[in-house]
Design a protein around this ligand. Structure first.
Ligand code: CU
Length: 569
């Protein structure tokens, strides 16, 4: 259907519909006409067909952490080159946008108080009016149309740093042939933990991140120095959902492949049968001694689906739990022992894992997510993420003690009394995907589906660029209500610069406080979060971390003003 649409004038609405055109079960499918049966079908490049990947042949190699670049004398100085590279993934010769030609960006490690100096070189092919989606939003250059595919920038996801100038400024656009020096000052009191970086130009975020343009960003200290953690073998897992199409490329939202599979629509990732990669590798093999404990830093750098991480034996029975010590990089001060760790796009989780006592083969699985709980309303079948081989002499190792972790908690919680007194932010944050005529009359109000098909991706009914910035005041704290309304069942909320506190259900079924920078907001439940605006003024964004939703408008500009200079009180 989308290939067919390219023969008629392209308008935003049609592009939006393309993103949904191939789902059988999504609840918004009935808005969309069925594709013509006679559609032209492009032939897959050999090895790039949409079929299961042979793990024995293309995976199971020893687990490898990404290359590490560490700060020295208070500075981390490095270059990230954005360039095409050829890699064979599961038998398919791909040609994808990368950092430094690698399938995963280097891990950047620094300390609180350090300065991150990244020279970002855009070595993509030059802008060319013949390809209007490479340096602009398509032929008519309409905002919130996917585009800017060869334009880039750098976002330090989860960092509490300045969003202005040449710091974590995602409003910058680095064009092909341009290089730019980022200088990101990590404050001396910055929490230690697992963060990540990725490209974030409006229009191309999904396309670039889903090509593998992401890497781990680690602030050292804190948990790293704790007894019973500091000597553990550490692994970084950058989970990637690289959605290369039947030609081994990601160049368009309008696939030329069989049945249109390969664009960013719900269900298409499942139909592509691509593997979730870890640091660019297919199902790597982790070798551990019986009883050995390792520290794993999970980063969901994918854009397509939920990962429910669990360790199983080869018959599918759950094994040792994953003991979570940090959420979105921030030490919780606890050991939360989960049967499954939930990772939505943008989430991080630091876990301790103790290998089973019995030698043998185990698997880190992404267990099935039911349609009712999945991001796109479609069942996500179980997937193998990594093989764990337990072998050798047993190790006797202890998990950290509660008091050792408690003193390392990264953030100071709001007390119940403080929460009771917190003012509500100006208006709730409602993710709305649906017809322009069906927007609830008040944010987070009731949604009634009409018959229209003027689909928008929005915050509070305003696609990005249609609303003035949400203005906030430095050194204040507020309570926010987050909700999802419209045709999709949930969107992961991410806000730059300042993390937020919320109460979640812990593994014991009781509410517990946690600080995050990314949170899935389901339409079945409004979320309440608490946040302080500290240290930094300037403009930045909040958005849905299903990045193709962001690129199509599900993003809002946020502006933090100095005290006394805001205009909304
Ligand atoms: Cu979304």
């Amino acid at each position: 259907m989308c290939a067919y649409l390219t023969r008629v004038p392209i308008i935003v609405v049609l592009l939006s519909l393309c993103a949904f055109a191939h789902s059988d079960t999504a609840n918004y499918y009935d808005l969309i006409a069925k594709p013509e049966a006679t559609e032209q079908v492009a032939k897959a490049k050999p090895g790039c067909e949409y079929k299961d990947i042979n793990l024995k042949k293309y995976g199971l190699q020893p687990f490898q952490n990404p290359e590490v670049i560490s700060s020295k004398n208070g500075e981390l100085v490095t270059t990230l080159s954005v360039e095409y590279a050829n890699h064979n993934i599961g038998g398919c010769d791909t040609h994808l946008r990368t950092y430094n030609g690698k399938m995963v960006g280097p891990t950047l490690r620094l300390k609180p108080g350090d300065t991150l100096r990244v020279k970002l070189q855009n070595n993509m092919p030059p802008c060319d009016p013949k390809y209007p989606d490479r340096c602009g939003h398509g032929k008519d250059n309409v905002m919130n149309t996917p585009g800017n595919f060869n334009v880039t920038n750098l976002h330090t996801h989860g960092f509490h740093v300045s969003p202005a100038g040449n710091s974590d400024n995602v409003l910058l656009q680095i064009k092909p042939g341009v290089e730019f020096d980022y200088e990101i000052k990590v404050p001396p009191n910055h929490p230690s933990g697992t963060f990540w970086y990725h490209a974030h130009v409006h229009g191309s975020t999904a396309l670039q991140v889903s090509s593998g343009m992401a890497g781990a960003l680690i602030v050292e200290g804190g948990l790293d120095d704790a007894p019973r953690i500091k000597d553990l073998e550490e692994k970084v897992f950058v989970f990637q959902q690289v959605a290369y199409d039947c030609s081994g490329v990601i160049e368009s939202y309008e696939s030329e492949c069989a049945d249109g599979i390969g664009a960013f629509g719900p269900g298409e990732w499942e139909k592509m049968k691509r593997q979730i990669l870890i640091n660019g590798e297919i199902a790597p093999t982790i070798t551990m001694r019986p009883g050995e404990i390792q520290r794993w830093r999970f980063i969901h750098a994918g854009v397509r689906e939920t990962i429910m991480a669990r360790v199983e034996d080869t018959r599918g029975y759950a094994q040792e739990k994953l003991h979570e010590i940090a959420v979105d990089g921030l030490a919780t001060g606890r050991l939360d022992s989960w049967a499954k760790v939930e990772l939505q796009p943008g989430y991080r989780s630091d876990v301790l894992f103790r290998a089973p006592k019995k030698a043998g083969e185990y698997w880190l699985m992404d267990t099935e997510t039911a349609a009712s709980l999945s991001l796109h309303g479609i069942t996500e079948p179980a997937k193998k993420l990594a093989r764990i081989v337990v072998t050798g002499n047993p190790a006797t190792m202890d998990l950290p003690k509660p008091e050792e972790l408690a003193q390392l908690k990264a953030m100071k919680d709001f007390t119940a009394q403080e929460i009771a007194k917190l003012p509500e932010t100006k208006e709730p944050m409602m993710f709305y995907l649906g017809d322009r005529n069906d927007i609830p009359t008040t944010p987070c109000g009731e949604f009634k589906k009409g018959k229209g098909s003027d689909i928008i991706f929005s915050v509070n009914g305003k696609p990005f660029g249609e609303a003035p910035p949400r203005e906030l005041t430095l050194n204040t704290a507020e309570k926010w209500t987050l909700c999802t309304r419209g045709l999709a069942s949930g969107h992961p909320f991410h806000i730059h610069v300042n993390p937020f506190q919320l109460a979640r259900l812990g593994p014991d079924g009781k509410l517990q406080n946690v600080w995050r920078d990314t949170l899935l907001v389901r339409d079945s439940r409004n979320e309440e979060i608490y946040t302080r605006y500290e240290d930094y003024i300037g403009e930045f964004v909040l958005h849905c971390h299903i990045l193709d939703h962001e690129d199509q408008g599900m993003m809002e500009l946020v502006k933090i003003n100095l005290e006394g200079s805001s205009n909304h009180h």
